[in-house]
Ligand binder design. Structure first.
Ligand code: 5RP
Length: 222
């Protein structure tokens, strides 16, 4: 079994009847959603992207819009990289805005991954920044001037658009990322909607290896 599938299946053990569950986006989340479909639990789900909405419906899950629920018991999502303090980068799949809204409004957050996502520090992966289309060239030029090595994300030779019709500027930063500095710049840039830094958001990680799966608790989260 592949590592991502191992993690996705294991994470389903944390899902209990009557829960409202936030579903992440990406290839690891696929295995989670597939397995939840098989387990036929009495749950309701909310999705972090249009792609995940479709999967949830395809696998027979009871899908609600986020606006229809008043709480989320548990969210399970993938991650692009994570450091020993449980700080992470997400948004490789372009769903960072919805993923952050859902995760930060969940009672519990679990991230599922293969072991390649575990890093000693953040910065090997680019940092996705979601900006509105209007004037995004000014944000881009500012990031360039400040040495943040920005690149506008494209797909099939066209500018990539998020589910909210925004643009993503990926920052190729030096490792380790100076989180304070980058956050200050992003907070001061008009048009920035969200960034892919998820700092100490998760309660637990589930890591798939070739021959095992490991569950690691984030003891630093209250
Ligand atoms: C999407 C994400 C994904 O969770 C992240 O990119 C990991 O993806 P995968 O499970 O395919 O490796 O943040 O916006």
């Amino acid at each position: 079994m592949n590592k991502k599938k191992r993690a996705g299946i294991k994470a389903c053990d944390f899902v209990k009847d009557k829960m409202i569950v936030g579903l992440g986006t990406g290839s690891t989340a696929f295995y989670l959603i597939e397995e939840l479909g098989k387990r036929k639990l009495d749950i309701k789900v909310v999705a972090t992207s249009n792609q995940t909405k479709k999967l949830a419906l395809d696998f027979g899950l009871n899908l609600l819009e986020l606006e229809e629920v008043d709480h989320i018991d548990l969210t399970i999502d993938g991650v692009d990289e994570i450091d020993p303090s449980f700080n992470a980068i997400k948004g490789g799949g372009g769903a960072l805005l919805y993923e952050k809204i859902v995760a930060t409004n969940s009672s519990k957050v679990i991230w599922i991954m293969d072991d390649s996502k575990l890093k000693d520090a953040l910065g090997e992966f680019y940092l996705p920044v979601e900006v509105i289309e209007y004037g995004h060239n000014f944000a881009f030029n500012k990031f360039k001037k400040l040495g943040l090595n920005p690149k506008i994300r494209t797909k099939d030779d066209k500018v990539f658009k998020t589910d909210s019709n925004n643009v993503i500027i990926d920052l190729y930063l030096e490792k380790p990322i100076d989180i304070k500095k980058v956050k200050a710049i992003l907070n001061n840039t008009a048009g920035v909607v969200e960034d892919g830094l998820f700092l100490n958001v998760c309660d637990l990680i589930v890591v798939g290896y070739d021959d095992k799966v490991e569950v690691i608790e984030n003891k630093g989260k209250k």
